[in-house]
Design a protein around this ligand. Structure first.
Ligand SMILES: NC(=O)c1ccc[n+]([C@@H]2O[C@H](COP(=O)([O-])OP(=O)(O)OC[C@H]3O[C@@H](n4cnc5c(N)ncnc54)[C@H](O)[C@@H]3O)[C@@H](O)[C@H]2O)c1
Length: 297
């Protein structure tokens, strides 16, 4: 099959993209719109949502824009109903909405900041899949779930425990869902970008009051977070990420990487894990398990 033929698999189908008002989400919306998909843009930022809708419509993409806080399952159900009412079926969900969360040493981190990162970056992805999967299964046509994690989900980055934890969880649940949903014809992919020029380091703009901590002053930026902000400013163009996602979905990739130069991070991590298994296999305590048959689900 040529790439042109395989790309047509998206034509006329419908994608729901959370956090689609700007940044990586909007770039994916544009790239899938170019593939002639109907796009449902869902975001907590109504002003940018309208701007994004106008931009996509000017490119000829059929768009429905809906207000959504991904941390609220009921709102997901409402956008699913609106999307089906407008386009008939949903084929793909891109769980992209995310926030940087608080950064700094663990002892300075407050539970409100942890909860915000967990609710948006993790539960937002869980609800997106939980609500959309039954609708995809029902029509029985091809389906896709694309979860946006990060290179931060592939290995620990100091001073950003909550962000790391949520992104590692998104990688793990994508791997679990990829196996679970294979039989239903739903392809699950996880996008793991390194630095991309977006406003992720200004996530504070979307932080609801309930997640604001009394003790943490968001204006006091740590030197770690200043450095990370600089790296985001020098990151790749968001447009490249959208195109890369389409390319990877056509190829059926499970892990979607945007920065091949970061391969050594993963190689280093797995080399250390492998080394730890060698150590375990030499332990006198564990000799009876070394050659035992593997029990896997
Ligand atoms: N920019 C990077 O360097 C980078 C790297 C790796 C992963 N990511 C991930 O990419 C995804 C997109 O982020 P981005 O870089 O485009 O940042 P961004 O801040 O430019 O865009 C995030 C979008 O999500 C929306 N959003 C925030 N909270 C929301 C909520 N509760 N409900 C619905 N929408 C919400 C925002 O309004 C915004 O439109 C995130 O999951 C982020 O963690 C970004």
């Amino acid at each position: 099959m040529t790439k042109e033929n395989s790309a047509s698999q998206f034509k006329g189908k419908t994608v729901v993209i959370s956090g689609g008002a700007e940044g990586i989400g909007l770039s994916i919306a544009k790239a899938l719109g170019e593939q002639q998909m109907n796009v449902v843009l869902a975001d907590i930022d109504d002003k940018n949502l309208q701007k994004a809708r106008t931009e996509l419509e000017s490119l000829g993409v059929p768009v429905l824009s809906v207000s959504l806080d991904v941390a609220d399952e009921l709102q997901w159900q409402s956008i699913a109903q609106q999307a089906v009412a407008r386009f008939g079926k949903i084929h793909m969900v891109v769980n992209n909405a995310g926030v940087g969360g608080d950064s700094g040493p663990i002892e300075s981190q407050e539970k409100e900041g942890w909860q915000w990162a967990l609710d948006v970056n993790l539960m937002g992805v869980v609800y997106g899949a939980k609500v959309m999967v039954p609708l995809i299964k029902d029509h029985g046509e091809a389906g896709w779930i694309v979860n946006v994690a990060s290179m931060a989900g592939m290995g620990g980055v100091p001073y950003s425990g909550a962000y790391n934890a949520t992104k590692a969880a998104v990688v793990a649940l994508s791997e679990a869902w990829a196996e679970e949903l294979k039989a239903a014809g739903i392809h699950v992919a996880v996008l793991c970008p390194a630095f991309v020029q977006t406003r992720i380091y200004d996530s504070e703009r979307n932080r609801p009051t309930r997640y604001k901590s009394k003790t943490l002053n968001p204006d006091e930026e740590s030197s770690f977070s200043k450095k990370a902000r600089e790296m985001v400013q020098n990151g790749i163009e968001p447009a490249l990420v959208g195109k890369r996602v389409v390319e990877a979905l056509i190829e059926g990739e499970r892990y979607i990487f945007t920065h091949p130069n970061y391969r050594q991070v993963v190689q280093h991590r797995f080399a250390r894990i492998d080394e730890a298994f060698v150590n375990a296999s030499k332990s006198p305590l564990l000799q009876h398990l070394v050659d035992q048959k593997l029990d896997m689900l």
